[in-house]
Design a binder for this molecule. Structure first.
Ligand code: FE2
Length: 313
C-alpha cells in the first residue's frame, strides 16, 4: 500500500519520476561507491568525517574554519545576453545554494541577518537543504521555514543529492515553486523569459533536461537551475543561455588561493566555483552557504549571489 506522500508525489511529478526517485532513495541511501556521475561519494562516507575533523583540530585549523563557515559573502555577477528581452534588463536573481540548514547554524544565523538588506526580483535555490544524504529531513525543512519569511520575492527551487523528494510537498506549501524537470515562464511588460529546473543529476540521475526544455522556443532567453554543474554540456547544447548551480561547495576545504582538494564532481576545475562560460552558455557555480561532512571552511568563504541580467546591445 502506498503512503500518502508517495500518492501526492505521483500526482505532482508523474508516476515514473516519483517511483524512480523514491526507489533509488531506498536502495542507495548512504552509498559511498557507484551510482552517481562520479564513482566515489565522500559525502556518503560518514566514518571519514571524524578523521577529517580530528586532523583539522590537530593542525589548529578547526576553530578558524568554524568561524569562516559563518562569514557569508554577497557576491555580484553580471550576465549579458543578446537574447534577453529589453523588459528584463537589470532583472536580478538572488541565488542561494547548499544551505545544509540543519547542520550549519552559524551560516543560517548570518543569512537571516543578510536577507532583509538585499534587493532582487526572484530567488532561486539550487539544492542541498539537508545535511546528511539520508535520515530525517524535518530539521532541514524547519531551518528553511525559518528563512522563508525573509525571502520576500517569488522563489524557485531544485533538489540536490542530499535531499529526499519527500521534502517537495512541504517546500511547495512554503510557497517555493519546485522545478523538477519543469519550466515556468516569467513575463515582464508582456515579454517572456523561461526558468527551468531539473531534479538531481549528480547522485540520483533523475534529471531530464529534454523534458524541462522542450517547450522553450529557440530564440527565447532561458535559465536552467541544476544542483550540480556537471550537466554543463547537455545544458549548453540544449540551448540554455544561463546555468545556475551549486554542489561543489567550491571545495569547502581549500588550499591557499582557493585551490580545492576535491569538488566531488566530474567537472573541469574552472567550472567549480564562480562565473564561467561554455560555448555560448554563461554559467555560475555557487560555493554555497552551508557546509557538509565537517562544519568548517578553509580558503573558501560561503556565499550568496546576486545575478544581474543585462541586455547586450
Ligand atoms: Fe552541498
Amino acid at each position: 500500500m502506498k503512503d500518502p506522500v508517495q500518492n501526492k508525489l505521483e500526482r505532482r511529478l508523474g508516476r515514473l519520476h516519483a517511483r524512480q526517485r523514491l526507489g533509488i532513495e531506498i536502495d542507495h541511501e548512504a552509498q559511498i561507491f557507484g551510482q552517481g556521475i562520479n564513482f566515489f561519494h565522500i559525502e556518503n562516507w560518514y566514518s571519514i568525517h571524524g578523521a577529517i575533523r580530528a586532523t583539522l583540530t590537530a593542525t589548529g585549523l578547526y576553530q578558524r574554519g568554524l568561524r569562516n563557515a559563518a562569514r557569508i559573502q554577497v557576491r555580484h555577477n553580471e550576465v549579458r545576453s543578446h537574447q534577453l528581452p529589453a523588459a528584463f534588463d537589470g532583472y536580478t536573481l538572488l541565488h542561494i545554494s547548499d544551505l545544509h540548514s540543519d547542520i550549519s547554524p552559524g551560516a543560517m544565523a548570518r543569512l537571516a541577518e543578510l536577507l532583509p538588506s538585499l534587493t532582487y526580483d526572484i530567488c532561486v535555490l539550487t539544492g542541498d537543504y539537508r545535511g546528511a544524504t539520508f535520515g530525517p529531513h524535518e530539521p532541514a525543512l524547519e531551518g528553511l521555514a525559518r528563512l522563508r519569511p525573509l525571502i520576500t520575492r517569488p522563489t524557485y527551487g531544485v533538489l540536490g543529492n542530499h535531499d529526499t523528494i519527500r521534502m517537495v510537498p512541504a517546500m511547495e506549501e512554503m510557497g517555493i515553486r519546485m522545478l523538477l524537470n519543469e519550466c515556468d515562464v516569467i513575463t515582464r511588460a508582456g515579454e517572456p523569459i523561461h526558468l527551468a529546473g531539473i531534479d538531481d543529476a549528480h547522485f540520483y540521475r533523475v534529471d531530464n533536461i529534454e523534458k524541462a526544455g522542450e517547450g522553450i522556443p529557440d530564440a527565447a532567453f532561458s535559465i536552467l537551475l541544476s544542483h550540480t554543474p556537471e550537466i554543463y554540456r547537455q545544458a549548453a547544447h540544449a540551448g540554455f543561455d544561463l546555468l545556475l548551480a551549486g554542489h561543489t561547495h567550491g571545495g569547502q576545504i581549500c588550499l591557499p588561493r582557493s585551490i580545492p582538494i576535491t569538488l566531488d564532481s566530474v567537472l573541469p576545475r574552472r567550472l567549480g566555483a564562480g562565473a564561467w562560460t561554455y560555448h555560448k552558455m554563461a554559467g555560475y557555480t555557487s560555493v554555497g552557504v552551508g557546509t557538509s561532512i565537517v562544519p568548517v571552511r578553509l580558503n573558501c568563504l560561503p556565499e550568496i549571489t546576486l545575478h544581474r541580467l543585462r541586455r547586450a546591445l
